[in-house]
Design a protein around this ligand. Structure first.
Ligand code: NAD
Length: 497
């Protein structure tokens, strides 16, 4: 069986740690390949390669960096199907869904290819008499990215194209559950002309993550994953003097007002809750039905969810694939059990689903709960599976207060025909990404992606201009060119302009 290796300094490298892990096809439950796990010495080699590549890459003009990114984008287009298939094989999501996420990732490369424009600083003439001021956006050095299993292509692409466009070199630690796409993208980037050592990939687990967080040669850490690990990454890396953006988990609510178009809303909620088997950080996992809308909405959700076709993501006509692992399936089933125990009404039960051809796969069917209250575990926990829960609220005020009390603040949506209600919602809600009649409001590459509260530790969000600011250090230059000899160079007093 194939064992994937590390990618250091532009070539495949074995791990010296002697450790490796199994990569599963979640639809069949089979191990499809193995992956070497980087240890601290392997991570050190990757960081050294990135450090060695940094001076020449930093000196490469943004225009030339942008051209290599443009060629990388073309190669990503050419190899789109291969990446989509790898993502489906290792993650389980449907091919069409994987294709959508690959496209959203490619859009970040398009954004980053505009490096010459993105890296323009500010300039002001005459900040004082004869004194000008301008700012430079300079790279940080070696940056590292640590990514989750749920978007094998897109989430790594939130990070390394922007970091590399800004003149940094990069070490990527992809999820050990879905390592193939990251390794393939590193090869394609090399084919596009990226110099060796600018992008390195070190699959692995906590040992590799800890080595990056503690390595003095790494200047910045980008992380996407669950909240407990995000918090740990943020605290550890910050203690070591690194800049950090650590995106965590979510519990995304959709508020449905009585004036919403119910069919439109139910379709949107179904796609958002059950797409990718609920394993999206922007999935709607909690519906807040306001006023009298609840019963009719739950009836529509039940019919539509029950009609979803569950199966292998690589087969035609399938709406929803498996979840990532047997352990994750068991955790989701345990949470469904707890919802029943705690008194929620199980409207649709996805436990014990049988999938032809996927008897050993990690499947959970679409599950719907009504009558959920905020004390229940199915509300408090991020389930990260195909389980949608419905809560009731008497008013928009109550719905907003409920969402603002939730510790997470990644995404949210409101469904209504009232502009005034939507405007109030966007103004008062304490969540980083808001949809108005849009169930998964993932910002495009040229805006920035990130939540609030326990969904993001740090301050700058991913990609868009915040991504550029995260991967650059601002240097501000104040200059004066006295025309006449003998001009005063200033005295002991703090100068005022
Ligand atoms: P995870 O936190 O288990 O793993 C994320 C990364 O951290 C992986 O590379 C993993 O190897 C590493 N890791 C895991 N445990 C670690 C530990 N104890 N110490 C150091 N490193 C560790 O997350 P996951 O299961 O891969 O992904 C699902 C989670 O990611 C969900 O909570 C989801 O909401 C979240 N997510 C968030 C966003 C966002 O933008 N906010 C996007 C995608 C996924």
């Amino acid at each position: 069986m194939e064992t994937l290796t590390l990618w250091i300094d532009g070539r495949r490298e074995p791990a010296t740690s002697g450790r490796s892990g199994d990569v599963f096809n979640p639809a069949t439950g089979e191990v499809v390949r193995k992956v070497a796990f980087a240890g601290a010495a392997d991570v050190d080699r990757a960081v050294q390669a990135a450090r060695a590549a940094f001076p020449a890459w930093r000196a490469t003009t943004p225009l030339r960096r942008g051209r290599i990114l443009t060629r990388f984008r073309e190669l990503m287009e050419q190899h789109r199907d291969e990446l989509v298939q790898l993502a489906t094989e290792e993650h389980g999501k449907t091919l069409a869904d994987a294709a959508g996420s690959v496209q959203r990732g490619i859009e970040v490369i398009e954004f980053a290819a505009g490096a010459p424009h993105l890296l323009k600083g500010e300039h002001a003439e005459d900040v004082g008499r004869g004194v000008d001021c301008h700012s430079l956006l300079q790279p940080v050095g070696v940056c590292a990215g640590i990514t989750p299993f749920n978007f094998p292509v897109m989430v790594p692409l939130w990070m390394f194209p922007v970091a590399i466009a800004c003149g940094n070199t990069f070490v990527l630690k992809p999820s050990e559950k879905v390592p193939s796409c990251s390794l393939r993208m590193a090869q394609l980037f090399q084919e596009a002309g990226l110099p060796d050592g600018v992008l390195n990939v070190v699959p692995g687990d906590k040992e590799a993550v800890d080595a990056l967080l503690n390595h003095p040669g790494v200047g910045a850490i980008s992380f996407v994953g669950s909240t407990p690990v995000a918090k740990y990454v943020y605290e550890t890396a910050a203690r070591n003097g690194k800049r950090v953006q650590a995106l965590g988990g979510a519990k995304n609510h959709a508020v449905v007002l009585p004036d919403a178009d119910l069919d439109f809303t139910a379709d949107a909620l179904i796609g958002s809750a059950y797409g990718s088997a609920g394993q999206r950080c922007m999935a709607i996992s909690a519906v807040v039905a306001v006023g009298a809308v609840g019963d009719a909405l739950v009836a529509k959700l039940k019919d539509k969810a029950a009609a979803l076709k569950v199966g292998r993501g690589d087969q035609a006509g399938i709406d929803m694939g498996p979840v990532i692992s047997a352990a994750h399936r068991d955790r989701i089933v345990g949470l469904i059990d707890s919802g029943v125990r705690e008194g929620a009404r199980l409207v649709l039960d996805g436990r014990g689903i049988r999938v032809p051809g996927g008897e050993s796969g990690f499947f959970v069917g679409p599950t719907l709960f009504d009558g959920v209250t905020p004390e229940m575990d199915i509300y408090r926990e991020e389930i990260f599976g195909p389980v949608l829960i419905v809560l009731r609220a008497a008013s928009l005020d109550e719905a907003i207060a409920l969402i603002n009390r939730n510790p997470y603040g990644n995404g949210t949506a409101i469904f209504t025909r009232s502009g005034a209600a939507a405007r109030r919602f966007e103004n008062e809600i304490e969540v980083g990404m808001v949809g108005i009649n849009v169930p998964i409001p993932v910002p495009m590459a040229f805006f920035s992606f990130g939540g609030w509260k326990a969904s993001l530790f740090g301050d700058l969000h991913m990609h868009g201009m915040e991504g550029v600011w995260f991967y650059t250090r601002t240097k501000t230059v104040t200059s004066r060119w006295p025309a006449e000899p003998g001009a005063s160079g200033g005295g002991l007093v703090m100068p005022t302009m």
